[in-house]
Design a protein around this ligand. Structure first.
Ligand SMILES: CC(C)(COP(=O)(O)OP(=O)(O)OC[C@H]1O[C@@H](n2cnc3c(N)ncnc32)[C@H](O)[C@@H]1OP(=O)(O)O)[C@@H](O)C(=O)NCCC(=O)NCCS
Length: 218
C-alpha cells in the first residue's frame, strides 16, 4: 500500500493551476486535440447505467435541464466547484456537454453520470481518466449532490457504485479525488469511502484510494 501511495501521489501530482485551467477549458467544451493525448486504453469504456439500493446512475439527458439548472443555481453547490453562475440557457448548454461525456479512452477523457432518485436528477458523479497505462491507471472522481438531498448517504451510495465501475470495469489501480481543504462535507465523504490524503496542492487536498480498499460506509 505504501508503494501504491507513493506512485499515486506522483500520478496525481499535477500543478493545481494547470489542472484547473484544463478542467475549466474542458468544462467550456474546449479539449486538447485527441492526437496530442497519447495512448488509449485497450478498449473504450462507455458510460454505464447502474442501479444501487436507492438510486439510478445513468448518462445525462436534456429533459433534466430544469433540474440541472436548479442544482447549479445552489450557491452551496458552486462554492467549491469551478462552476460559474449560469442562467437557464448556459446551464442547458453545460448539460448538453455533459450528455456527450460518456466515454473514457484517452488521458483526460471525462465521463459524467446523472444521479437519479425516484425519477428526478439529484446529483452527478464523474470520472476523469488521468493515467492510461494499465499498470498505473488512475482516474479522478467527482461528486455533487443537491443540498435538499444531503444527509441521507446518497452521495456516498452513488460514489461507491462509481468506484466499483472504476476499479472493476475501467481497471483503475487507484482513484484520486481533489477537494478544497475547506470543503468539510466533501472531505467527510472521501474519508467515509476510504480515501486518504496524500498531499496538499495550493488550497486543495489530493486524496487517493487504492484498489481493494475496504469500506465501512455505514
Ligand atoms: C460533497 C457532497 C456531495 C456531500 O454530500 P452529503 O449529503 O454530505 O453526503 P451523503 O449524501 O453521502 O450523506 C452523508 C450524510 O448522511 C448520513 N447518512 C445517513 N444515512 C447514510 C447512509 N446510508 N450511508 C452513508 N451516510 C449516511 C451521514 O452520516 C452523513 O451525515 P453527516 O453529514 O451529518 O455526517 C455535497 O456536500 C455537495 O454536493 N457539495 C457541493 C459540491 C462539491 O463540493 N463537490 C465536491 C467537489 S470536490
Amino acid at each position: 500500500v505504501r508503494h501504491e501511495l507513493a506512485a499515486s501521489a506522483s500520478a496525481a501530482a499535477r500543478p493545481a493551476v494547470l489542472r484547473r485551467v484544463r478542467d475549466r477549458l474542458a468544462s467550456a467544451g474546449i479539449h486538447r486535440p485527441r492526437l496530442a493525448r497519447g495512448e488509449r486504453t485497450e478498449t473504450p469504456f462507455d458510460a454505464p447505467s447502474i442501479r444501487t439500493a436507492r438510486l439510478l446512475l445513468r448518462p445525462h439527458r436534456m429533459p433534466d435541464a430544469a433540474e440541472w439548472f436548479a442544482l447549479q443555481s445552489e450557491p452551496a453547490v458552486r462554492e467549491f466547484l469551478p462552476w460559474p453562475e449560469r442562467d437557464a440557457r448556459s446551464s442547458a448548454r453545460h448539460l448538453r456537454d455533459r450528455t456527450r461525456h460518456t466515454r473514457l479512452w484517452q488521458a483526460d477523457d471525462f465521463l459524467a453520470l446523472a444521479v437519479e432518485k425516484d425519477g428526478h436528477l439529484i446529483g452527478d458523479v464523474s470520472l476523469h481518466l488521468r493515467t492510461v497505462a494499465a499498470a498505473s491507471r488512475s482516474v479522478e472522481i467527482g461528486w455533487v449532490l443537491h443540498p435538499s438531498f444531503s444527509g441521507h448517504g446518497y452521495a456516498t451510495e452513488a460514489t461507491e457504485a462509481l468506484l466499483a465501475f472504476a476499479y472493476d470495469v475501467v481497471g483503475a489501480r487507484w482513484v484520486t479525488a481533489v477537494t478544497d481543504a475547506r470543503n468539510a462535507a466533501s472531505l467527510a465523504l472521501a474519508r467515509r469511502l476510504g480515501f486518504v490524503e496524500v498531499r496538499s496542492d495550493g488550497a486543495d487536498l489530493v486524496l487517493m484510494r487504492p484498489r481493494g480498499t475496504a469500506v465501512a460506509t455505514r
